[in-house]
Ligand binder design. Sequence first.
Ligand SMILES: NC(=O)c1ccc[n+]([C@@H]2O[C@H](COP(=O)([O-])OP(=O)(O)OC[C@H]3O[C@@H](n4cnc5c(N)ncnc54)[C@H](OP(=O)(O)O)[C@@H]3O)[C@@H](O)[C@H]2O)c1
Length: 270
Amino acid sequence: MPSYAVVGASRGIGLEYVRQLAGRPDAVVFAVVRNPESSTHLKDVAANLKNVHIVAGDVADYNTLEKAAKQISEITSGKLDCLIHNAAHMDFKTVHKGFDDYADMEELDNDFIYAFKVNSLGPVHSITAFLPLLRASDTRKIVVIGTGAGDLKSVQGLNMVNFAAYGMTKAAAVIATTKFAIKLKDEGFVVVSLTPGVVDTSATAGAYRDAVREGYAAFTASVKKATGIELTAQTPEESIAAQLKMIDGLEASQNGLFLSHTGGEYGASH
Ligand SMILES: NC(=O)c1ccc[n+]([C@@H]2O[C@H](COP(=O)([O-])OP(=O)(O)OC[C@H]3O[C@@H](n4cnc5c(N)ncnc54)[C@H](OP(=O)(O)O)[C@@H]3O)[C@@H](O)[C@H]2O)c1
């Protein structure tokens, strides 16, 4: 029975991971969310699925992840085959901000520090908390969801001056992921960053649905204006199907890489 933990599974990409993985009849899926009660989209999806367990865990609070790992361990007899760390701070009201979009340096500092806690330390916390369970499995896969906003060539290629806190803190997550890949290589782990492409997650954004949709439209329009590149947002179904294909096929030679859902290493053309 393959076991998967999706960290940050209340909505958007994480929720779709849960939905597609739960469709594998032999799988057990742990949906780790910081607030199980208010994760209404997840609760709806999990209502009729016996192989989905909702577990509380906040990536900015390490103790909650240790508790989550203990809970999972009790169900899986101490093992976890695959960790998918998806959680990120991407508040649509602030995520697009560039350095000049803050009232003052204190506001900028606070936003960056919070983003660093969730986006950069979050993966460090969840990999560390789940490592004993992953070590007990023969599969040993760790996937941290990355973004072009945190990739140097994409930032240049797409003329991305905005998304400053998000991009910088997600770039740090890529470095953290690679460090774990090096550290765990001799134990047979495959640890990668994986970008989903542009995915329209507005359907599960609740009250912010329209604002999130407008955010994607504004982002793709600004990229087109600056570079001529036409980015099209995928549905979560399309992107996660492609990501799972990548995850299923991960090989030792890919350990430490930053991969794209379209296959192979991430580049500005993805
Ligand atoms: N959508 C895209 O186009 C796109 C493109 C490139 C990369 N990505 C990456 O894909 C991942 C998911 O993005 P998304 O578009 O699905 O975003 P989203 O709809 O905003 O979902 C973010 C998820 O992270 C969770 N989260 C936030 N802070 C958390 C914390 N402290 N502890 C635990 N969970 C937390 C949220 O839970 P709550 O409900 O509790 O807030 C939510 O489930 C992110 O890593 C993002 O960088 C997305």
